[in-house]
Design a protein around this ligand. Structure first.
Ligand code: SAH
Length: 354
């Protein structure tokens, strides 16, 4: 990894105090509040002298530069493509519901997990995101939600990348989102394709965040193909790690299942899933696959998604059918970046509205 510039949300409070050592003590609070309570740029901190604001703007550069924004679902879903200091691009999605707002953040530029159906997996791995790059995605989304009078309550690590392949920076970001931005740990969800060492570390962690495992298929033969990391951490090993997480945290586990037409949506798949999920008392989230250029298979049609959910219920497993959000703005993992492939685009597309 090349050396990346330190950006504004990489700084701890102690480090900011060090940076401001020549200033009156209260400046640290002012800067901290500007960054974390207001999420604004140093240039607008009118309680600080102008020269200091300019110095701080220089010392604390933002991590994210807007490359593209798209809006869908009547303004309820906003997706951003950000350009990072080294030119990499990552995505963040804000999803608003009547009772809450959730941001979906990226943890890596690209991903090495190579799940064939995922646009990010198809493009390969570029680099880990820094703590500051992850935290700033939340700050930006919180700002947008606040501008519309809504409080950002939930963060899901379901954007680009595998959070447990970038564990330390991801966890550092979780600690800051909880401690510095003030979001409840119970409203933070880490999603993994099944990187077992990460699940085991999470079991020992001291914040009660939620765990989602992207299961998609519950037999090793088919999962080896669909989710290649399964060859390294097969289902039995994954289940043991999930058990350790449950025993240590007493939290609820969820399984993500992207329903793919004819691939993982048959009655046999439902039975295998039920056999796997029941002993772990896992909750299943069903979402029809969003087709991607590298995997042009349809998602399961709506009536069969509902039938699959009913079948699971009959087998004693709780399942929720997730609404797809932002399909018209390429809001599935990695798709917005893929449609801007080649990078360097500076124009903002017109917001897409239905
Ligand atoms: N690497 C992590 C987090 C990022 S992916 C993980 O695998 O959990 C977030 C979720 O989106 C995962 O459940 C992933 O399987 C799912 N996903 C990826 N591509 C998708 C697609 N084309 N359609 C529907 N879900 C997809």
């Amino acid at each position: 990894m090349t050396t990346l510039p330190r950006t504004r949300y990489d700084w701890t409070r102690a480090e900011l105090a060090e940076l401001l050592v020549d200033q009156p003590r209260y400046r640290v609070d002012q800067v901290w509040q500007g960054l974390h309570d207001h999420g604004t740029d140093p240039h607008v901190w009118s309680n600080l002298p102008k020269a200091l604001r300019a110095e701080l703007a220089e010392a604390l550069p933002p991590a994210l530069e807007l490359a593209a924004e798209s809006v869908s679902d009547d303004g309820q879903t906003v997706k951003w493509l950000w350009r990072l200091a080294d030119g990499q691009q990552v995505e963040t999605v804000l999803m608003r519901y009547p009772d809450r707002a959730t941001v979906c953040v990226s943890s890596q530029a690209g991903c090495a997990m190579a799940c064939g159906f995922c646009a990010t997996g198809q493009a390969g791995f570029d680099r880990h995101l820094t703590t500051g790059e992850i935290v700033e995605q939340v700050v930006r989304a919180r700002g947008r939600a606040a501008a519309d009078g809504q409080r950002l309550s939930n963060v899901v690590f379901m954007g680009m990348g595998e959070p447990f392949a970038n564990y330390d920076r991801t966890w550092d970001a979780v600690v800051r989102i909880h401690g510095d931005l003030g979001l409840s740990a119970r409203h933070l969800t880490l999603s993994t394709v099944g990187v077992v060492p990460g699940i085991r570390r999470l079991a020992e962690a001291d914040l009660p965040v939620n765990l989602a495992v992207s299961l998609h298929v519950a037999n090793d033969r088919e999962r080896d193909e669909l989710v290649p990391i399964n060859r390294r951490y097969p289902l039995s090993v994954l289940a043991e790690a999930c058990r350790a997480y449950l025993d240590a945290t007493h939290r609820r586990l969820s399984f993500e299942w992207a329903l793919i037409d004819g691939v993982n949506d048959t009655d046999r798949h439902a039975r295998e899933l039920a056999d796997y999920a029941r002993p772990l008392r896992a909750h299943v989230n069903l979402i029809p696959l969003n087709p991607t250029p590298g995997y042009p298979v349809r998602g399961t049609p709506p009536e069969r998604v509902l039938a699959f959910a009913d079948r699971l219920a009959g087998l004693g497993v709780n399942a929720t059918v997730r609404r797809t959000r932002g399909t018209d703005i390429d809001a599935a993992c990695g798709q917005l970046r893929a449609s801007h492939a080649g990078g360097g685009t500076t124009e903002l597309p017109d917001p897409v509205r239905r």
